[in-house]
Design a protein around this ligand. Structure first.
Ligand SMILES: Cc1ncc(C[n+]2csc(CCOP(=O)(O)OP(=O)(O)O)c2C)c(N)n1
Ligand SMILES: [Mg+2]
Length: 211
């Protein structure tokens, strides 16, 4: 009987939770669509991340010239907040939204301190897969999951980091939480960070259009 419970019933009890985690968590595509549906012609978008930014750039249109900035051909991560500071300072009446990977946020996220001190209400949204995703996927593809090196990141609450600095923080685990979090963040009038948990997609190819 105990054997039966361990082998059959226990996995069945765990199954709904497993399915919930896989299905309810936002995918990179859903993340991109929520941003696409939120922005308007006056939003300046700044990409700072790996695959998540590649994905968003395939879904979100550039509605006006000079509305999209990213690390460019050299791909130097960490440019998000410096670009945003310049954009918001130059155009105080426009919405500035940084699309971050969690790895890229970790490189330069502390610059939120500058946005807070200068009252620049920049909003960032992190597609948080707890990984250097664009490095993780090729490593796993080429060498196998058991031989990946230094590409997993922690489930860090970057939103709380920004709150601690004096900004507004939001944490989303479900796709339907993203839109209201975007609205509250811009309405707060403060520098804000929305930390969105997304799928890790360890087995997918680099820069792929996820499904
Ligand atoms: C300063 C810098 N260091 C390292 C890299 C190499 N690099 C390119 S993408 C990437 C992973 C980015 O991870 P994240 O921002 O979380 O985006 P994800 O790919 O997970 O969506 C790294 C380390 C880089 N482009 N710039
Ligand atoms: Mg990542």
């Amino acid at each position: 009987m105990v054997f039966l419970f361990i082998v059959f019933l226990l996995p069945m009890r765990a199954l709904p939770r497993l399915i919930r985690c896989q299905l309810i968590r936002a995918t990179p595509l859903v993340f991109a669509v929520e941003i696409r549906d939120f922005i308007d012609e006056d939003t300046i978008l700044i990409g700072d991340g790996g695959d998540i930014v590649a994905q968003v750039s395939k879904v979100v249109p550039v509605l006006k010239e000079n509305c999209w900035m990213d690390p460019g051909p050299l791909g130097t991560l960490g440019v998000g907040m410096p670009f945003a500071l310049a954009a918001q300072h130059t155009f105080p009446d426009r919405r500035v939204l940084i699309i971050y990977g969690d790895g890229a946020f970790g490189l330069n996220g502390f610059e939120y301190d500058t946005a807070i001190r200068f009252n620049l209400p920049i909003v960032g949204i992190v597609g948080n897969d707890s990984a250097w995703g664009q490095m993780l996927r090729p490593q796993v593809g080429i060498y196998g999951a058991e031989r990946k090196v230094a590409v997993d990141l922690a489930d860090t609450r970057y939103d709380k980091v920004v709150e601690a600095l004096g900004g507004h923080g939001e944490y989303c685990e479900k796709p339907e939480e993203i839109r209201p979090a975007l609205e509250r963040s811009f309405a707060s009038g403060k520098p804000a960070l929305i930390n969105v948990k997304i799928r890790k997609d360890e087995g997918a190819p680099k820069g792929s259009t996820y499904v």
